[in-house]
Design a protein around this ligand. Structure first.
Ligand code: AMP
Ligand code: GLY
Length: 422
């Protein structure tokens, strides 16, 4: 088959890489792609957030399967348009992607499905929100309902800060429409874990769990980022825990979405807190995580093309459980100096070939571009350097050795990714 991936980041590079290793896939295409993806796929141009352009491209390249990576095209209705055009597509419709797009909607679905999550309040009146703080204890967790580019969550140490966060969103409207209403919720303690379930709308199959590192600096200091590294497996989330999470979290949400007439096809990404009282859902996303995909897919032994097609065609039940290598995988993100704040781009990158040839290593491109025959930086997160090996410690040593072979001016990385696995 011919598989077309929509997107151009590290996650999409990992998807293209895994599809290119699938026996069921003859050709991998990607739009808009990036220079790393161009080494393994036929890269095309597209406005990924314009449904008509994506449909036209899928027809033009004769795609048998379209895989939509990022959330923006999902929210723009790209999957709806592809489905209307009769094109086999892996990804949720706009209605199903609301699980990511509205935190209040996700809470409503979880309540209906009996899924364990933090107790919450939801509303849009500033005075009512301030009164609602009485029902919670510090630290207060205050979230904009809508998509706020990863900046919509505030963890407030005391009441004054919480009242300020409420005013920022509901009075000063710093998140725009995304902050029309707020969710205030109970603070959850414990390590976090990302679990992805692939679904055809009825059946859901978990992938192997991963843990990502969201803060910019070592020791979980600094600002929140898109993710500075990840590892898989997560020792505390063994096969029994994954099965428990399938039964208590993933399947009930899939069932509830189908019951509502908006079946969820695609990746149901559960962000979990492993609390002393058991796992609790922090949030859902409607797509693969980045950079977790860069540690999950290198461990996948099943044919990704076949599994994603089965999801798109509604016959996942016929595909057996997914198989993963016993090897661990660690990815280290190389970011531009200053990220997640302002940073420079256009810096030449050296050492990509040396790093890519090292044992068990794959260098996934995220924010790169080609200029005058050279690969240069073009984003905040530039590369995700992944390595597999027997055990997290060896995979980690390999990932850091490869990351150390790559250089560009201002490069920033965390040195403690997977240093003490959960
Ligand atoms: P979200 O955008 O919902 O993923 O939140 C971003 C980050 O905020 C999460 O990865 C957590 O680290 C933190 N967070 C969100 N909700 C909670 C909560 N209820 N308790 C503790 N931390 C939270
Ligand atoms: N790594 C977090 C995310 O993809 O949202």
């Amino acid at each position: 088959m011919r598989a077309l991936v929509i997107g151009g980041g590290g996650r999409e590079h990992a998807l293209c890489w895994a599809l290119s290793r699938s026996a069921s896939v003859d050709a991998v295409l990607c739009a808009p792609g990036n220079p790393g993806i161009a080494d393994i796929a036929d890269v095309r141009d597209v406005d990924a957030e314009d449904p008509a352009s994506v449909v036209a491209l899928a027809r033009d390249v004769d795609a048998d399967l379209v895989v939509v990576g990022p959330e923006a095209p999902l929210v723009a209705g790209v999957v709806d348009a592809l489905a209307d055009a009769g094109i086999t597509t892996f990804g949720p419709t706009r209605a199903a992607a609301r699980l990511e797009g509205s935190k209040a909607f996700a809470k409503e679905v979880m309540a209906a499905a009996g899924v364990p999550t933090a107790r919450h309040w939801h509303g849009s009146d500033p005075d009512a929100a301030i009164r609602a703080l009485d029902d919670f204890a510090p630290p207060y967790v205050i979230k904009a309902d809508g998509l706020a580019a990863g900046k919509g969550v505030r963890i407030c140490a005391d009441r004054a800060e919480a009242e300020g966060a409420i005013a920022d969103a509901l009075v000063d409207r710093v998140f725009g429409d995304a902050g029309d209403s707020l969710v205030i919720e109970e603070h959850l303690d414990g390590p976090e874990c990302s679990l992805f379930g692939l679904s055809d709308g009825t059946t859901v199959r978990p992938l192997t769990p991963a843990q990502d590192f969201k803060r910019a600096l070592d020791g979980d200091e600094g600002l929140n980022t898109g993710g500075m590294g990840a590892y898989s497996p997560v020792p505390a989330v063994d096969a029994d825990v994954v099965e428990d999470l399938r039964v208590r979290v993933l399947q009930p949400v899939i069932d509830e979405m189908r019951r509502r007439g908006t079946p969820f096809v695609g990746v149901l990404y559960a962000g979990l807190a492993l609390t002393s009282a058991g796992p609790r859902v922090i949030e859902f996303n409607a797509r693969f995580g980045d950079p977790e995909t860069q540690v999950v897919l290198p461990r996948l032994e099943s044919d990704l093309g076949q599994v994603l097609t089965a999801c798109a065609e509604g016959c996942l039940e016929e595909v057996g459980p997914l198989a993963f290598s016993d090897d661990a995988c660690v990815t280290v993100v190389l970011a531009s100096g200053g990220y997640p704040g302002p940073y420079e781009v256009g810096r030449p990158i050296t050492g990509l070939d040396v790093a890519g040839a090292m044992d068990g290593t794959v260098v996934f491109h995220a924010g790169t571009a080609r200029r005058d025959g050279q690969v240069v930086t073009a984003g905040g997160r530039v590369l995700a350097v992944s390595a597999t090996g027997p055990g997290i410690a060896l995979a980690r040593a390999r990932a850091y050795a490869a990351a150390g072979a790559i250089d560009f001016e201002g490069v920033h990385l965390r040195t403690d990714i997977a240093a003490s696995p959960t």
